[in-house]
Every structure is written in structure tokens, then in C-alpha cells.
Ligand binder design. Structure first.
Ligand code: EPZ
Length: 429
């Protein structure tokens, strides 16, 4: 199994190209199930999760062509996928595929909308919490589907097609909003989705659906109004830049010090994070190219943070921010409100010398003067990268195990950091 070795102490200087957003690319690929015509997606990141989803969609009969890299194109340049779901040959998403990637459960909505039936394995729990799917099922039922759970599968039927309905979510869910939206666009009549997630990735999917002929009002707001259409057509769409990758590299620069431009980063998807970083004493400036991050000489200031649905501070940056706060000049408090078990990185950060105390959903992080390298491992994607961030500032060598988590969501991480002067090497085998 691959490992990543980080020799800490180098400042980061230069620029990093931000990839397409994983959490937009995955639902956009699933959107292809809604039309027999070709959906062309540009700027798709080269990630293990994207390859996995290609396999899952292939199982339903979807054809995916990947345009080869053009001459002179950087290794980190996004790919173009031409996705054609001309005929859906199978409406079952089996356990062995869905259990590897939770987002694949989201095929449920489009399959019912297009085929009137779907059998999708329940995704099960995962390292960051129980993550139920009750709100996904509620949305399908409000649109007229009958959902049963049998032998670990959701079996959903809407033999006469879906009907528009009123869906009021009790809490904000990214996945349930995607599911409701993808199903409602082909339902007969109007649908209102209240308390919808407003994460920029939802907006990206909605804008792609509109290009395909869907009728959606209120995009980027908490209330979506959808007027169902009988069919959608092909379209061409470019995946938005990854705000979580952007925030991660911003925190890496904050931790290691230096001056890096994050090319292509979209500041408007990161207002809360930018403000938080600035409070921590890190200079963040919008430029024509993206975001410029600097910390030269000054220390890191402690800042309290609470995770919240967008536009709040993202749970997907909580671990990375904790990495940064381990070396702040004082104590910070980090509260996790989205997932009940997303502090798995705490024990590993402690192996590097961090001083963190957990009180329920709140971590009290007492900044230390130095971290020292150690062997560490993590159980999820964002936790893994928080250990890389800490390793960049730790004295000596940090060896990160179970690197496959990183490969699910960070494209060319070692290349991007090394190009800015970090000593980060992948050791294969
Ligand atoms: C998406 O997961 C993201 N995944 C997650 O990113 C992200 O952490 C999360 O949204 C929150 O922003 C993708 O986009 C592929 P939710 P999702 O439904 O949709 C509860 C990463 O690292 N809930 O918004 O699964 C749930 O348990 C990943 O890239 C229900 O109770 O998250 C949680 O407490 C990890 N019932 C809260 O809602 C439901 O039916 C928000 O979860 C659904 C969710």
C-alpha cells in the first residue's frame, strides 16, 4: 500500500492550479442518467471516486468516453467526459459498488425519474457518522414513489411516473437536495423543495440541468421551484473549481508559511473560510488569477469555528483547520455540527504533538510551539489531508499511511505541494 513521506519545515512558494470539484463532478455524472443524449463534462478531476462512479454508471449501461490529454496539457488539467445513457440496461445498483462510495446512492432519484423503478443498495455507515438516507426516501415518496427496504436495498417504484410535490426538509442535506432535484426535473407538474442545501455544488448541478432543458427557479437559494418537463436533452458543462481543495491548500500555506497563488480558485464559494483565515493572521487576497495566500514571519492566531451548512464554515475543512490551529498562539475551539464522528484525526494529530481535548462535539485545541514528525494514518479523506498539513510544519519526517483515502479526493496532491517547495514524496508498495 502506498505511503506519503513529508519532511517538514519548508515554506511554500509559487502557484497551485485548483482542480474541478469532486462533489460537483460526481452528481453531474449521475445527472447523465436523466437523458438518452450525450452530456459532456469538462474539468472533471482525475480521482479514484470518479473512476469508481464510471464503473457504477457502466453497470446501468452508461457509456463514458474520456478525451485523451492534449499536447502540452499539465498532468493536473481536468478531463473531459462524454457520457451517454442512451439505454438504461439495469436499474439495480449493487452493494459491492454502492458500499465503496456513498454518493453512488444518488442514482436512486434519476433512475426512478427515467425508468419508474430502482433498486439501490443502502450505503451503510462510514467513518464520519451514521449518515442515514431517510430524507432521500422522504423526497422520493413526496414525488409519488413507493419505497420499501428489503435485504439492505431500497426498492422504489413509480410505475405511472413521478408527480410534482412539496418537499420540506427538516434539516439541510446536500445529498437529499441533489436527489429531490434530480427526480423532480422529470416529474409531472410543479415541485417545491424547502430548506434546500445551497452548497455551490448544488447550484452547479442545477445550472447544468437548466442547460439540459430543466425548469428550475431559485437556484442558490433555500427554496427551489421545479416545473417538470417530459424529457431532457444533452448539454456541455464545466465543473466548478473545488472549494474544499482551495481551502485545504490555503491552510497548508498558513501552516507552512510562504506565498502561494491558488489559480482558478473562486473566492465567492469560500467567503466564510477566507474571513476565518484572515482572523487567523493569514493574508488572503483575491487576484485576477484566483486567491493569493501569504504568511511570512507572523504567527498563527487562534480562531473559534463552528461547522455549518453553506454559507457557514464547511465540515469538509474542519480537520484541515484543526491542523492549522495546532500551532496557533493560543487556544481555539472547533465545533462540529454536521457529522457526529468527524474527529478521527484528533488522535493522529496528537501523535505529532498536538494538544487537543474533546468535549462532545467540540474540540479544544491548545496551540503548541512545535510538532514533531511521526507515523500517522487516517480513516477518511479530509482527516488524511489534515495530517499532511500538520506534517508540513512538523520537525522531521511524517509518514502518512492509508493514502488511498487521499486519492479519492485530492488530484496530484504531492505534485502540487512539491512544485511549491514542500518535501512530499509518495512511496509505492
Ligand atoms: C455531502 O455528503 C458531501 N459529499 C460530503 O463531503 C459533505 O461532508 C456533506 O455533504 C456535508 O457538506 C458529497 O458531496 C459527495 P448531507 P452528504 O446529506 O450529502 C444528515 C467529502 O469529504 N442526513 O448534507 O452525504 C447527515 O447524517 C464528503 O467530500 C440525515 O439525517 O451529506 C448529516 O448529519 C464527506 N438524513 C447531515 O444530514 C438523510 O437522509 C448532512 O449530511 C441525509 C442526511
Amino acid at each position: 500500500m502506498d505511503r506519503i513521506r513529508i519532511r517538514g519545515g519548508n515554506k511554500l512558494n509559487g502557484s497551485i492550479e485548483i482542480s474541478g470539484a469532486k462533489n460537483a463532478a460526481l452528481p453531474l455524472m449521475i445527472v447523465s442518467l436523466l437523458t438518452p443524449e450525450t452530456l459532456t463534462l469538462h474539468n472533471v478531476p482525475r480521482l479514484v471516486d470518479v473512476l469508481r462512479l464510471q464503473k457504477i454508471l457502466g453497470n446501468h449501461g452508461v457509456d463514458i468516453m474520456t478525451a485523451g490529454k492534449r499536447a502540452g496539457q499539465a498532468a493536473t488539467a481536468g478531463e473531459t467526459l462524454r457520457i451517454s445513457a442512451k439505454t438504461i440496461v439495469d436499474t439495480t445498483a449493487p452493494y459491492d459498488l454502492v458500499s465503496k462510495m456513498r454518493a453512488s446512492f444518488w442514482v436512486l432519484g434519476p433512475l426512478i425519474a427515467r425508468c419508474g423503478e430502482a433498486k439501490v443498495s443502502l450505503p451503510g455507515g462510514c467513518a464520519i457518522g451514521t449518515r442515514p438516507v431517510d430524507m432521500h426516501l422522504l423526497a422520493m415518496e413526496k414525488l409519488g414513489a413507493v419505497c420499501d427496504i428489503e435485504n439492505g436495498y431500497v426498492i422504489a417504484r413509480a410505475k405511472k411516473g413521478l408527480k410534482g410535490g412539496h418537499i420540506a426538509f427538516s434539516k439541510v442535506s446536500v445529498g437529499a437536495t441533489h436527489a429531490a432535484l434530480m427526480a423532480a426535473v422529470l416529474a409531472d407538474g410543479d415541485t417545491i423543495i424547502e430548506n434546500a442545501a445551497t452548497e455551490p455544488e448544488i447550484g452547479d448541478v442545477a445550472e447544468c440541468l437548466v442547460k439540459m432543458g430543466a425548469k428550475i427557479e431559485g437556484i442558490h437559494s433555500r427554496t427551489l421551484k421545479i416545473t417538470g418537463v417530459t424529457s431532457l436533452h444533452g448539454a456541455e458543462h464545466t465543473v466548478i473549481p473545488d472549494r474544499i481543495e482551495t481551502g485545504t491548500y490555503a491552510m497548508a500555506v498558513g501552516m507552512a508559511g510562504g506565498d502561494v497563488t491558488l489559480r482558478g480558485a473562486r473566492a465567492d464559494t469560500l467567503d466564510n473560510v477566507v474571513l476565518t483565515m484572515q482572523r487567523a493572521g493569514i493574508a488572503v487576497d483575491k487576484t485576477n488569477e484566483g486567491l493569493r495566500i501569504r504568511r511570512n514571519g507572523s504567527g498563527i492566531l487562534p480562531v473559534d469555528v463552528t461547522t455549518d451548512p453553506f454559507p457557514g464554515f464547511p465540515t469538509d475543512l474542519q480537520a484541515q483547520f484543526m491542523g492549522l490551529m495546532t500551532m496557533a498562539q493560543g487556544t481555539s475551539h472547533i465545533r462540529e455540527t454536521i457529522f457526529e464522528n468527524r474527529f478521527m484525526h484528533v488522535q493522529e494529530l496528537a501523535r505529532l504533538g498536538a494538544d487537543i481535548h474533546l468535549h462532545g462535539d467540540m474540540a479544544e485545541v491548545r496551540g503548541v510551539r512545535k510538532l514533531t514528525g511521526a507515523d500517522v494514518m487516517a480513516t477518511d479523506l479530509r482527516a488524511s489531508v489534515s495530517l499532511v498539513i500538520a506534517g508540513l510544519a512538523a520537525e522531521g519526517e511524517t509518514m502518512l499511511h492509508r493514502v488511498y483515502h487521499l486519492d479519492r479526493g485530492f488530484e496530484a496532491l504531492e505534485e502540487k505541494l512539491s512544485a511549491c517547495g514542500a518535501d512530499v514524496t509518495r512511496i509505492s508498495g
